[in-house]
Design a protein around this ligand. Structure first.
Ligand SMILES: [Zn+2]
Ligand SMILES: [Zn+2]
Length: 131
């Protein structure tokens, strides 16, 4: 598949899905699940603890986002979604969208994983380094 051709759903994903009740409900379920798993809420980029209101969810995979007969369905697996501050999330997208190496990755998950590692190195101070 050519990198130049964007999947047709990406634009509708941004303009419609992320504003849909389907997504807000999925988001609520994700946070409930995270709490149920006993995982403290924190930003995947900077690693700082954060509240649900402070966090956005980044999609590692869009395949769970389905438009079916005019209705959105949010079938993302729990692990398809990653909590991030809006600021850190924005940085992640800039890394993914503007980096030619990351753009050549086969999947969004692989590109996201690499970008997240870079972001963490940048945003999370190494233990023992002066603060
Ligand atoms: Zn953050
Ligand atoms: Zn994102």
């Amino acid at each position: 598949m050519s990198n130049r051709r964007k999947p047709p759903l990406v634009n509708m994903y941004r303009t419609e899905f992320l504003h849909s009740r389907t997504w807000f409900a999925r988001r609520d379920r994700w946070f409930a699940e995270q709490v149920a798993r006993g995982i403290p809420l924190a930003c995947a980029g900077c690693g700082r603890a954060a509240t649900k209101r402070q966090l956005e969810l980044h999609h590692l995979d869009y395949t769970g986002v389905v438009l079916e007969q005019g209705r959105w369905r949010a079938l993302e697996a729990h692990d398809d979604l990653v909590p991030m501050h809006p600021y850190c999330h924005e940085l992640l997208h800039r890394l993914i969208d503007r980096d030619t190496v990351l753009a050549r990755n086969r999947t969004r998950r692989a590109a996201s994983d690499q970008a997240l590692q870079r972001l963490r190195r940048k945003l999370q101070p190494v233990e023992g380094s002066p603060s």
